[in-house]
Design a binder for this molecule. Structure first.
Ligand code: GTP
Length: 773
């Protein structure tokens, strides 16, 4: 019987996972998330807390005085039920699928899937693989059991959790009598979701196998010395799980900010009040965006502000007779689009500036498309009407092509002829903005925790990280704990667009904030949190998520396989190479030959050369400089091998210099020979041996798994050690030569030019399979 997970307990008691986590926290029990398992004793603690709550407020239930409470509970319940559905949807959405899953899928099409099945049946394989050199490319992908993934070492959050968990379990709650909670039945055939990285202990619990058993098995099968705290990446965990006939699936990594935003979206309409519109100015270069913004600002400078230093904080508000308008002070649609990250729309209305003397130009069209894509209302400002060459009608005419039809022509788009120079039409434009805002019924709840978007951010020498935040919901206060992407902190001070220190900022208000731990990115969401601890943990989760994403998505080192494509795409100008060889003479010879390969498109550069094994530091240098490593008669040491896999560095091993030159030349021309990988197709066990004159030793064998085929290569293994590799001399069933023998059948095998075969030996058959490029 498995331990229940937080979300299961939550479901059982009609609570949100959050609430359960909260209860655990209050009792000093740290859990990672809703997927975390809960010890029996801890379940008792939860039940006690829930029970206590009920007892505290018995009257409420009877009298039902508070409809809202019931309502919100219902909402929570609904939400709780919807969540799994959501995550399923996410999985189906191609873009959201974690890389690990995709990789796995691919893997099952090539040697990966087959390899894993074989491993399940014959754990010795891992030993064998590490004893073998897989062809001249030397990408020993099979040696996963020895892998010490670099990623793991970085995962400080996992470590942290693990430590706290350990501490808590020895605490006072550990000996509370187990509760009678009905645990969900554990079904070993059901796939188990696990995170990208987890400790062996967590893994053992997840697949319901005693950790000691796994540790022993790994040790015996050559998987190396591991302990409870050894971190396993998904790939390794998956392999071990297969040994126990368990299926594991990668837990979906969720973007913590997206999740928070999702939870945050529901808002009671009665709490909403009208908020000022947020307006941006777009248009073709030189059509007067900056001049128009300046004209609006100067036209609206009130007596109090006159003479004051105008602050350029990326946004400003102007007061009109019909209310406040917030302008984003970043002309051009680049800023506008960058602020659409996470779907957090910053702008309500776009002012499309078109010069009356120039008409619709390429960037005008671009701006229209961006605004339309974002679903932003467009108001056209026909600028420079003071110019003699101005032709308002022509602009109107041209814009009809883009479905911007003026009201007086029967359309719905507002057109305002203006002059940033003479200020003509500016007031009219402001009125039209307010009118549009009214129609849009822009509303927000000012009485909630603030949420906003970063418009600009920089590191100020004296003040530290400074960010201009446009508050979108709620009210931000000085002293609020906030999380902004990877940054967090407490709002130390807020300065408005007039340079005044303010204590609060409501919806649609831009403010400069001080007190962040680092400079956030423009476009990132700013969220006020319950307390600083929560803010920090949100930022940390964001960093962890970002790093995972970076590792899985953006890390792509140069490889010979895609060199040609990259040269064609113009993304590779220098082909950096690190050369390691057994003797200095070879290093020099390779350097010279390689440099001669440079052509107009790409310069071949040997950035480092040396004698001896390929080390981790060679790999790190290659990773940092996007280089390929070439080794002659040398091998990578184990750390280098792991690092190369982790850093995705292309590491190629050769015996002959000529082959290396040939490969690189071919890669530059896009004509690299296909790469082959070994695919094990079957195993036979030798049950009896016979000697026959003229033939040699015949191994009377039984096919354990897969198939032994003519044309495949044989590998003779005794006690996990590979003794011989070579061709099959013959494969016979009774006295007949056959093409293949399948699992469960007996046969006579002869190895070409090899007779040292003994009872109990294993014969592995493999073929070299081409990897599609
Ligand atoms: N006559 C006249 N000239 C104007 C008016 N508005 C802007 N200009 C001039 O047009 C030129 C471009 O104006 P900007 O405000 O810099 O235009 P912009 O669209 O912000 O330009 P970029 O920021 O380069 O894209 C400047 O020389 C302005 O003086 C106007 O209403 N009338």
């Amino acid at each position: 019987m498995g331990k229940p997970r937080v979300h299961e307990i939550a479901k059982k008691y009609n609570k949100q996972s959050k609430e359960i986590i909260e209860i655990l926290k209050k009792n000093n029990i740290e859990v990672k998330n809703h997927m975390s398992t809960v010890e029996d004793a801890q379940v008792a603690v939860i039940e006690k807390a829930l029970g206590a709550k009920k007892e505290e407020k018995p009257a409420k239930k009877e009298n039902r005085p508070d409809n809202r409470q019931d309502k919100s509970r219902n909402q929570q319940r609904n939400r709780g039920q919807q969540r799994p559905q959501n995550s399923q949807n996410n999985q189906n959405r191609g873009g959201k699928k974690p890389e690990g899953q995709l990789k796995d899928k691919d893997g099952s099409q090539n040697q990966g899937g087959q390899k894993k099945v074989l491993k399940k049946e014959n754990p010795q394989n891992s030993q064998k693989f590490s004893n073998n050199n897989n062809g001249q490319n030397g990408k020993n992908k099979n040696n996963k059991f020895n892998k010490n993934n670099k990623k793991n070492r970085n995962n400080k959050f996992n470590n942290k959790n693990q430590n706290t968990q350990k501490k808590k379990k020895t605490g006072p709650g550990a000996f509370i009598k187990p509760d009678p909670v009905k645990k969900p039945e554990y079904d070993p055939s059901e796939p188990v979701k696990i995170p990208e990285i987890l400790t062996l202990k967590e893994f053992a619990e997840a697949i319901h196998i005693p950790a000691n058993d796994i540790i022993k098995k790994l040790l015996i099968s050559g998987g190396g010395l591991v302990n409870l705290n050894t971190e396993l990446d998904f790939e390794r965990a998956e392999e071990i799980a297969l040994e126990y006939d368990r299926i594991v699936e990668l837990e979906e990594t969720v973007d913590v900010i997206e999740e928070l935003l999702k939870d945050d979206d529901e808002e009671d309409t009665k709490d909403l009040v009208t908020r000022p519109p947020v307006v941006c100015v777009m248009g073709h270069v030189d059509h007067g965006k900056t001049s128009l913004l300046d004209a609006i600002r100067s036209a609206r400078v009130t007596a109090g502000e006159a003479g004051g230093i105008t602050q350029h904080i990326g946004a400003y508000t102007v007061q009109t007779e019909s209310g406040t308008i917030t302008f984003l002070d970043t002309p051009g649609h680049e800023a506008f689009t960058s602020m659409r990250m996470r779907g957090a729309q910053s702008t309500d209305i776009a002012i499309l500036v078109v010069a009356a003397d120039d008409g619709v130009m390429p960037q005008t069209i671009e701006a229209i498309n961006h605004a339309k894509a974002a679903g932003v209302e467009i108001i056209v400002a026909i600028n420079k009407i003071d110019k003699e060459s101005a032709n308002i009608e022509r602009v109107k005419q041209e814009l009809t092509e883009y479905e911007l039809i003026p009201e007086d022509w029967g359309g719905t788009t507002i057109f305002c002829p203006v002059s940033a120079h003479s200020k003509e039409g500016i007031d009219d434009l402001l009125d039209m903005i307010s009118l549009t805002a009214e129609v849009l019924e822009l509303k927000a709840n000012p009485n909630r925790k603030a949420r906003g978007i970063v418009i600009e951010a920089e590191l100020d020498k004296g003040r530290g990280p400074v960010a201009t935040v446009l508050v979108q919901k709620g009210t931000l206060h000085v002293g609020d704990a906030i999380a902004v992407g990877s940054a967090h902190g407490k709002v130390r001070a807020m300065i408005d667009d007039k340079g005044k220190r303010v204590k609060v900022a409501g919806p649609s208000t831009p403010v400069e904030i001080l007190g962040l731990s680092e400079v956030p990115f423009a476009g990132e969401v700013c969220m006020a949190m319950e307390n600083e601890k929560e803010a920090r943990s949100t930022a940390e989760k964001f960093i962890a998520y970002g790093r995972e994403k970076m590792l899985s998505e953006t890390k792509s080192q140069l490889s010979l396989d895609d060199l040609f494509d990259q040269i064609q795409a113009g993304s590779v100008k220098d082909l950096n190479i690190i050369v390691k060889a057994d003797v200095q003479g070879s290093v020099e010879a390779v350097k010279q030959s390689l440099s001669k390969l440079s052509n107009e498109e790409v310069a071949v550069k040997v950035i480092h050369g040396g004698v001896g094994a390929i080390t981790e530091s060679d790999v790190m240098l290659a990773s940092a400089s996007n280089a390929i490593i070439i080794g002659f008669n040398v091998r990578p040491d184990p750390a280098a091998k792991d690092a190369a896999e982790g850093e995705k560095v292309d590491l190629r091993l050769y015996r002959v210099i000529y082959n290396a030159i040939e490969d690189i030349e071919a890669a530059m021309k896009g004509m690299l020979e296909p790469e082959y990988v070994e695919k094990v197709i079957g195993h036979a066990e030798v049950r009896q041996t016979f000697k026959a004159s003229g033939v040699g030793t015949i191994a009377g064998s039984y096919i354990l798994d897969g198939v032994i085929q003519r044309g495949s290569t044989a590998r003779l293994i005794r006690d996990g050690v590979v003794l011989h590799e070579g061709e099959f001399g013959s494969i016979k069933r009774f006295n007949d030569d056959v093409k293949e023998v399948k699992t469960g059948f007996e046969c006579g095998l002869v190895l070409e030019n090899y007779n040292d075969i003994k009872e109990g030996d294993q014969i592995e058959a493999y073929i070299m399979e081409e990897i599609p490029r």
